[in-house]
Write a protein that binds this ligand. Structure first.
Ligand SMILES: NC(=O)c1ccc[n+]([C@@H]2O[C@H](COP(=O)([O-])OP(=O)(O)OC[C@H]3O[C@@H](n4cnc5c(N)ncnc54)[C@H](O)[C@@H]3O)[C@@H](O)[C@H]2O)c1
Length: 284
């Protein structure tokens, strides 16, 4: 199937980066959010990413402007009429994602593909609230989506092979590496990542180290490019906690991150996006 235009629903941490990645390869994008301030932040973030490419000499300024203009920042449902693929990137809550898919199902052409960027939730459960479960799949990008190459393409129980092929081809077109995976809570990468994040968070609570001490050791010894607490703050602690709960319910206590993560989330400290998480961040 030829992809003419992509809608990205949710202009937060992931949605803004996904929209940029698509526009960079000249694909027309509609970026939607219920929150105008999120759309404005996304616009500034995307302009910043294009400016960085121009500064590095990887794009001319007129070319960057032309690609930026591929993105329509709009809440208007009329902008969705000729969309071939919608990628939802709203918060990690099943009821919300189902509501968004029902709305997209009403507004998009009958053959359009509905894709979810969910980290861990069931694609099949989302698909089955629509009238087109065979046109629904997971398209799971990794943070930061404009840099990370891997995209998990997730087949729900009803997904047609043609949908997986189209999403894999679209991933390649935007210079990503798609891997088709079967559906299970957390798919492949988040099953591994969330288990190790939970372990390191329990270790911190057990031995009383600070986030900085643990991150420093991990980075200094080149175990990972970012320490786990720096990464968690950047990903969003609400998302990390939602995913940990989904995986704990599915696989048991090896996904229990201990008390600090839920406590920070309950206090509204979600990491970089709120200015406070395991670390304090300057939001400007
Ligand atoms: N943060 C990560 O590192 C990461 C990585 C991979 C996948 N994901 C997944 O991507 C999804 C989004 O995560 P995020 O970190 O970008 O979240 P986020 O909180 O940064 O952004 C979510 C955005 O969705 C908007 N939104 C809420 N309801 C909406 C609706 N009905 N219609 C349109 N927009 C709506 C919010 O206003 C917000 O701007 C989640 O499912 C998450 O699990 C996140």
């Amino acid at each position: 199937m030829y992809v003419k235009k992509v809608a990205v629903i949710g202009a937060g941490t992931m949605g803004a980066d996904i929209a940029y990645t698509l526009a960079l390869t000249n694909i027309p994008v509609v970026l939607r959010d219920v929150d105008d301030s999120a759309l404005k932040r996304a616009q500034e973030h995307i302009q910043g990413l294009f400016a960085q490419r121009v500064a590095k000499g990887r794009l001319t300024a007129p070319d960057a402007d032309q690609r930026f203009a591929r993105i329509v920042f709009s809440g208007d449902p009329a902008a969705l009429q000729d969309v071939s693929v919608a990628i939802e990137a709203v918060p990690e809550k099943m009821a919300l994602k189902q509501k968004v898919f029902q709305e997209l199902d009403r507004l998009l052409p009958p053959l359009a593909i509905l894709a979810t960027n969910t980290s861990a939730l069931s694609v099949t459960e989302m698909a089955r609230v629509t009238s087109r479960p065979e046109r629904v799949a997971g398209m799971h990008f990794f943070y930061p989506a404009h840099m990370m190459k891997l995209v998990e393409i997730i087949a729900g129980s009803d997904t047609e092979p043609d949908v997986l092929k189209t999403l894999s081809r679209l991933s390649e077109e935007i210079r990503k590496i798609p891997v088709v995976v079967k559906e299970c809570p957390g798919f492949v990468v988040n099953r591994v990542l969330t288990a190790s994040m939970a372990e390191v968070m329990r270790f911190k609570a057990e031995y009383g180290y600070s986030a900085q001490e643990i991150d420093d050791v991990i980075v200094r010894h080149q175990i990972a490019p970012l320490g786990p607490f720096t990464l968690a703050d950047a990903l969003g602690l609400d998302i990390a906690w939602d995913v940990a709960q989904t995986l704990q319910a599915a696989y048991g206590d090896r996904f229990d991150p201990g008390p600090e993560l839920p406590q920070l989330v309950a206090e509204g400290h979600l990491g970089v996006k709120t200015g406070q998480g395991f670390y304090t961040h300057n939001r400007s």
